[in-house]
Design a binder for this molecule. Structure first.
Ligand code: IPM
Ligand code: MN
Length: 359
């Protein structure tokens, strides 16, 4: 029997609640589709600060490296905001990304038909949305040097550096083009080449990579325009290729098209080694422990893991289909209730509904 080793990182806030639901669902799927899962929970983020004094202990890194995939819920809590930057949960997440060289962050945004009313845009604008944000994840302004804070005569000066090498642009662009090949053959590269040198290089390298993908239609948008286009006419997009910071911002905008950021999964991949699968949303400390969180983004991340990391396509598709069925039947967590329609359920109740259908 096939066997897969998964490191589970429940993290903070709503993380443990949505992890419990996801774990039960995965265990049931493994029985139904005849594969074995070895799940191991490890401390990460604020939870690791509590247990080990640091957000990303070495034992957690070693477990991640030795597994077939990592499934992460969410990290962060305002109570850590005053800690020095290297001790904060977010730094743990950035270290996880760079330690595993997870340069390719894939964030699919597909409208679920039964949820078009939950979108903050009018239905006719979101009906056809099916796009993927390909975000560079281990470089750019998140990691650029020099960075820091300096005391000056007139106060402080703080700075970060947005830098890319041609190799870094090339490898993420190749991921986007390969993905577009399996989809609608369109890549829109998003930059700020009218102002930034780093974007000028980004654009030039993207055009070079496109020469090896003649069938793909490559366009370019400045990031301010792309932000506007995402709320003006989001169905124009197929694959959006962009840098770390722009991808962070644009994927939150894109997430809202689906009605709630609680719906959006992601995969962070490298060329050779385990990927990290995680919801796009954060740890939502304001609703933690109330059993009202939406577990769907994490479940859809688990479905991505089954398909991308393990090639368990049937199991992944089955999970996605069952999620769509439950939503079609009208069950919604509170984040999706804005339209006032539907039957409101909590996090664990959503889990039970899914387990009932998955069998
Ligand atoms: C994301 C998050 C992270 C990011 C934070 C938590 C560091 O917003 O994955 O989009 O900025 O990349
Ligand atoms: Mn983000």
């Amino acid at each position: 029997m096939k066997s897969y080793k998964i490191t589970l990182l429940p993290g903070d806030g709503i993380g443990p609640e949505i992890t419990n639901v996801t774990q039960e669902v995965l265990e049931l799927l493994s029985k139904k589709f005849d594969f074995q899962l070895k799940l191991k929970k490890m401390p990460f983020g604020g939870a690791a600060i509590e247990s080990d004094g640091i957000p990303f202990p070495d034992k957690t890194l070693q477990e991640c490296k030795n597994s077939d995939a990592v499934l992460l819920a969410a990290i962060g809590d305002p109570k850590y905001d005053q800690l020095p930057r290297e001790k904060r949960p977010e730094t743990g997440l950035l270290n996880l990304r760079s330690s595993l060289d997870l340069f390719a962050n894939i964030r699919p945004v597909k409208i679920i038909p039964s949820l078009t009313k939950a979108s903050s845009l009018k239905e006719e604008f979101v009906n056809e949305v099916d796009l993927v944000v390909v975000r560079e994840l281990t470089s750019g302004i998140y990691f650029g040097e020099p960075k820091g804070r300096l005391k000056t005569e007139s106060g402080e000066r703080a700075f970060n550096t947005m830098a890319y090498t041609s190799e870094e642009v090339k490898r993420i662009a190749e991921i986007a083009f390969k993905l577009a090949k399996q989809r609608n053959q369109k890549v829109c590269s998003v930059d700020k080449a009218n102002v930034l040198d780093v974007s000028q290089l980004w654009r030039e390298e993207t055009i070079l990579v496109a020469k090896n993908f003649k069938e793909i239609d490559l366009t370019h948008q400045y990031v301010d325009n792309a932000a506007m286009q995402l709320v003006r006419n989001p169905s124009q997009f197929d694959v959006i290729l962009t840098s770390n910071l722009f991808g962070d911002i644009l994927s939150d905008i894109a997430a809202m098209l689906t009605g709630s950021i609680g719906m959006l999964p992601s995969a962070s991949l490298t060329n050779d080694g385990p990927g990290v699968f995680e919801p796009v949303h954060g740890s939502a400390p304001d609703i933690a422990g109330k059993d009202i969180a939406n577990p769907i983004a994490m479940l859809l991340s688990a479905a991505m893991m089954l398909k991308i990391a393990f090639n368990e396509t049937y199991a992944g598709n089955h999970l996605e289909n069952v999620i769509h069925e439950i939503l079609t039947e009208g069950y919604r967590t509170s984040d999706l209730m804005s339209s006032g329609e539907g039957k409101e359920v909590g996090c664990s109740q959503m889990g039970e509904l899914l387990l009932g259908k998955l069998k």
